[in-house]
Design a protein. Structure first.
Length: 103
């Protein structure tokens, strides 16, 4: 049962993050970008650091203080930040929600 709940939460988080990214990309991103768990923020979506700040704000607005993208990124090496995927962010957000007792 817990695994099913976690999978449901992860799927909802993935939908939320993809919607946030689509909104961000409407202004300056690639028009035809397919966004999956394997999509990278840097190479595929061409997001820059300021875009990650915007995403961090969207995540905080949606999930509150339970999700802190800046803290997550601070623990990564530069090459890991450049290679960061949507799936890794989804997993981080879902884990943060579990830790905060939201799942």
């Amino acid at each position: 049962m817990t695994t099913e709940i976690e999978a449901t939460v992860a799927a909802a988080v993935e939908r939320d993050i993809i919607a946030m990214l689509r909104t961000m990309l409407e202004e300056d991103g690639p028009d035809d970008a397919e966004i999956t768990r394997e999509t990278t923020f840097h190479d595929d979506l061409e997001l820059e650091s300021i875009d990650l700040v915007t995403l961090a704000g969207s995540l905080r607005e949606h999930y509150g203080d339970r999700v802190n993208l800046a803290l997550f990124i601070a623990d990564l090496e530069l090459h890991e930040i450049i290679a960061l995927t949507v799936g890794e962010l989804v997993d981080y957000v879902a884990a943060s929600l579990r830790t905060a007792g939201q799942v």
